[in-house]
Write a protein that binds this ligand. Sequence first.
Ligand code: C5P
Length: 230
Amino acid sequence: MELCVALDLSSAKENLALAKSLQDYNLWVKVGFRTYIRDGKSFIEALKQINPKFKIFLDLKLYDIPNTMADAAEEMAKLDIDMFNIHASAGTIAMKAVMERLASYEKRPLVLAVTALTSFDEKNFQRVYGESIEVKAQQFAKMSYENGLDGVVCSVFESRGIKVITSQDFLTLCPGIRPFGEDAADQQRVATLEFAKQESVNYAVVGRPIYKDKYPQQKVKNILKAITTS
Ligand code: C5P
């Protein structure tokens, strides 16, 4: 399992200071809406300058008509990033269009599909999707696998089941991780690091429990230690 630190702070300055404090670790860092809308491509370049080995996950959750998504995917592939994501509910035609467009790139970023946002509880998810989270997440994962995506974004609770119906190599990236049982805030389906490890999660996304901690660097150190010791 690898750690992916969400850089969700309120300014580029704060995010880069956090990244700098973590420069000795070969981590994944997640750049989301807030940061990308505000700081754009130059923020990604700044991260790579801090540590060229930082792996970058651009979390923009694409959702549009297939051609627009394929165009956006191509622009993603031109950035120096290692992973991006789309919404699985955009459907199979969109998935195919995205993967076909990326096929000509020798080194393309990993592509994941969002199944169910971890902020959904069962009742509100049912209202939107008309299915339980478990059933829908599995359907979305199967669809993503069959259309050549590299993995899915899901909660820790769906990770293992998704690998059973797709492949053990199909990647799961899970937000809503509260490494040592910290405050869930707006997340509904949270899990500890220990549980994420048990459920074969590939990437554990952690935001607030790190950047709201008094000592983020020490927190990351503790998380990495917990990941590597069984
Ligand atoms: O602060 P916290 O650890 O809850 O941050 C989780 C991060 O993961 C946020 O950046 C959020 O946008 C993102 N995310 C999520 N649920 C998803 C996909 C992404 O929480 N399904």
